[in-house]
Design a protein around this ligand. Structure first.
Ligand code: NAD
Ligand code: DAU
Length: 355
């Protein structure tokens, strides 16, 4: 089968390709990525020489590039990861999110529906639990929770989800969607909470925690997310949405404390020295309080279960960042330093009512 992957040079897409390209020589994986700041071709070194892997640099927001790509390759399966993915960046500059996430998804769907025998092919859309907005202290997101996005990022992902479903109903396309909770693991760009904290810990830099640090996320190891997508493609049903989550709720403070202890143990440092780096900064505007996923539909329909616990996954992740300095240096370009200055430079300490 010809599989077109978008965004395969980013965090989740590259882990997906590292997992499935070597295992499935019977499929050809075509990775389409514009190589934004969040991409790193070093993440693909293990698969780039394999005969069932190809890379094409293209921007999905460019209609002409997408049309050419689909005409030339006629994929039987599209797995759509590509997106602008960072909430803080969407607050600083939302336009890029509309272009990549809304226009990009629309261009893919338009090109997909014009393929010969389009109704026989499958479009898998990778989305987020952030489309559902924020939970209070109780309850879980299910597939029927109404959409209520808070950030420009989540609004753009919600719009992309609606386009996918609308194209299925209107043009009879086969689509499936997965809405997943927070991922962590190797190869994640160090703007996101977990890799940012690991690298700051290694360099003994302050650990900036937004607001009071009591926001809750449901963490899932990236390979478990990849397995969930693969399971839905093979065992799921057309037109259906599946929520994906790790049943691993943690406050941000608890996550950062765990990282301090694991990095301390792995590097032979006293935990108190690292815990002392935690500091509270001005909160993210529109910061969702809590995400928690009910993944029972996916578990029942596709037999999926997460394999990794938070503790085992965090150990693997910390070890990966300690062992892969060349990868880390490759992504910490001038652009990265500019972002860190922009996002954290003006935050200062948390205001009295935040902390
Ligand atoms: P990422 O930012 O690490 O990677 C995104 C990739 O998409 C990059 O390689 C980038 O170059 C590429 N890309 C961006 N715009 C593009 C464009 N216009 N044309 C072509 N390529 C483009 O993101 P990620 O964390 O790997 O997320 C992948 C997908 O999973 C996204 O759709 C995201 O919404 C979704 N998701 C992420 C998480 C998470 O915790 N990271 C959780 C649930 C869902
Ligand atoms: O829920 C799925 C989503 O998870 C994905 O759709 C997004 O692509 C992904 O980025 C992630 O969004 P979050 O905003 O939850 O992830 P982030 O790592 O940016 O932040 C996690 C939590 O940590 C959040 O409550 C904000 C907080 N945080 C984040 C950073 C970067 C801090 O306290 N300090 C920080 O420096």
């Amino acid at each position: 089968m010809k599989i077109l992957i978008t965004g395969g040079a980013g965090f989740i897409g590259s882990n997906f390709l590292n997992r499935f390209v070597p295992r499935h020589p019977e499929h050809v994986f075509l990775n389409v990525d514009c190589l934004s700041y969040a991409a790193n071709l070093k993440s693909l070194e293990a698969v780039s020489g394999l005969s069932n892997y190809r890379f094409v640099r293209a921007d999905i927001a460019d209609q002409g590039q997408v049309e050419t790509l689909f005409r030339e390759h006629e994929p039987e399966l599209v797995i759509h990861f590509a997106a602008e993915s960072h909430v803080d960046r969407s607050i600083a500059g939302p336009r890029a999110f509309v272009m990549a996430n809304v226009v990009g998804t629309f261009n893919l769907l338009e090109a997909f529906r014009q393929l010969p025998d389009a109704g026989a092919r499958l479009f898998h859309h990778v989305s987020t639990d952030e489309v559902y907005g924020s939970l209070g202290p109780e309850g879980f997101f299910t597939e029927t929770t109404p959409y209520d996005p808070s950030s420009p990022y989540s609004a753009s992902k919600a719009a992309s989800d609606h386009f996918v479903r609308a194209f299925a109903r209107t043009y009879g396309l086969r689509v499936r969607l997965t809405n997943c909770s927070n991922n962590y693991g190797p190869r994640q760009f160090p703007e996101k909470l977990i890799p940012l904290m690991i690298l700051n810990l290694v360099e003994r830099k302050p650990l900036p925690i937004y607001g009071q640090g009591l926001n809750v996320r449901d963490w899932l190891y990236v390979d478990d997310h990849s397995d969930a997508i693969w399971a839905v493609i093979h065992e799921g049903r057309d037109g259906e949405t599946y929520n994906v989550g790790g049943n691993t709720e943690r406050t941000n403070v608890a996550v950062v404390e765990t990282l301090c202890r694991v990095v301390a143990a792995e590097t032979g440092v006293e935990p108190d020295e690292l815990l002392g780096l935690m500091h509270y900064v001005k909160d993210r505007p529109g910061h969702d309080l809590r995400y928690a996923i009910d993944a029972s539909k996916l578990c029942d329909a596709c037999g999926w279960q997460p394999a990794e616990t938070f503790e085992s996954g965090i150990h693997k992740t910390v070890r990966w960042y300690l062992d892969n300095d060349a990868w880390v240096q490759a992504v910490r370009s001038g652009e990265y330093r500019g972002w860190i200055e922009h996002n954290y430079g003006g935050r200062g300490a948390a205001a009295k009512d935040d902390a």
